[in-house]
Design a protein around this ligand. Structure first.
Ligand code: NDP
Length: 329
């Protein structure tokens, strides 16, 4: 039996993406077979689809770190044929063929049942970005950050993780300050719930001193580098910053002053290897109390497999606003 998939191949001319027919047997015979309905586009998918060996070691490969679909073969897992499940993270779309194929075959431990009340397409509107945003918000709440303590800064605010973080924090009653490099997206960020817009360039220009004025009760950082350093230096006493991304830089150069003079916290967030039970709790929140007020506003585009290459280019340039949903069925 065959199915359609995006296949990234390596040649002397670099990496190419094409929609091809693949054999079900290409996925092996172990694990749960899921017929994928929807996937999404994340920054990491773009890295895989352009041959980044830190994400995907061997090609040909089908990227897609997110998938939602219906179980067709249960393997030895606890699920039944016909169950709708979400798969994000672990090795999906890295070195295991991912959600840009109409079928995936994965260990049962990688699967979370689709929470009641969450449409499969909306699950992928959230995807790994939404899960990561939820984890960032949860980590801030866990350290005691609350709306009475002041505003929360979100960097990379128009990206997938950033925009969903803005929407969740606003829903929870936080005053959100959104840092963006996209001058044409201020109204859009306000529509998602941002109370204040901070220009990325101006923020970075003011971020070089060892300590900055205390402004934020918390921060969600998707960018790393000087942006994360600037956020840490401007946290209020005892504040916390959740660090999840490196869209700007993987480096962090700063002094220890904010930690030892203001007792601020740097919180690491990982959505990939996180135990499945915690993923399940986060998906339940996303399906329910934390579902953004206006999810439709988060959507940049619905695309088919044939459009993925074009959008990979856009996301690598930091040019996507919100989330891209990929249609498989
Ligand atoms: P997106 O590409 O959708 O968003 C990133 C945003 O960061 C851009 O939209 C842009 O926002 C900003 N940005 C991009 N380049 C730069 C730059 N050079 N300097 C400053 N800001 C920049 O990515 P995602 O939201 O999917 O992911 C965000 C980051 O989080 C990525 O690094 C990703 O790898 C990481 N990630 C980590 C996860 C984890 O488990 N820890 C899970 C998911 C993602 P604007 O134009 O508004 O400034």
């Amino acid at each position: 039996m065959t199915f359609q998939a995006l296949l990234t191949t390596e040649s002397d001319n670099g990496y190419q993406n094409a929609v091809v027919e693949r054999e079900l047997a290409d996925l092996g015979s172990e694990g749960v077979l899921v017929r994928v309905q929807w996937s999404s586009l994340n920054y990491k998918d773009a890295l895989s689809a352009t041959g980044n060996k830190g994400v995907t070691r061997t090609f040909p490969h089908t990227p897609g770190i997110d998938a939602v679909g219906v179980i067709e073969e249960t393997g030895n897992g606890p699920f039944a044929v016909g169950d709708t499940v979400i798969c994000t993270g672990y090795d999906l779309g890295m070195n295991t063929d991912g959600g840009y194929g109409q079928y995936i075959r994965v260990p049962a431990e990688w699967l979370v049942p689709l929470p009641e009340g969450l449409a499969p397409r909306d699950a992928m509107l959230m995807g790994t970005a939404g899960l990561t945003a939820a984890l960032c918000v949860e980590s801030l709440l866990d350290t005691g950050v609350n709306p009475d303590q002041g505003p929360v800064l979100v960097t990379g605010a128009t990206g997938g993780v950033g925009s969903i973080s803005v929407a969740i924090l606003a829903k929870l009653g936080f005053r959100v300050a959104a840092v963006t490099g996209k001058a044409d997206s201020h109204d859009w960020l306000r529509e998602l719930g941002a109370a204040e817009i901070v220009d990325r360039k101006a923020f970075l220009e003011s971020a070089s001193k060892p300590m900055l004025k205390e402004q934020w009760a918390g921060a969600v950082d998707c960018v790393g580098g000087e942006m994360l350093a600037g956020a840490l230096k401007s946290l209020k006493y005892g504040g916390s910053a959740a660090c999840c991304g490196l869209a700007g830089s993987p480096n962090l150069e700063m002094t220890v002053f904010p930690f030892i003079l203001r007792g601020v916290n740097l919180l690491g967030v990982d959505s990939v290897e996180l135990p499945c039970e915690i993923k399940q709790q986060m998906w339940q929140l996303l399906a329910d109390q934390w579902m953004p007020e206006n999810p439709k506003a988060l959507e940049a585009a619905e695309i088919g497999l044939e459009d993925v290459s074009e959008w990979v280019g856009k996301i690598l340039e930091g040019g996507v606003r919100g989330r891209v949903v990929v249609r498989l069925a």
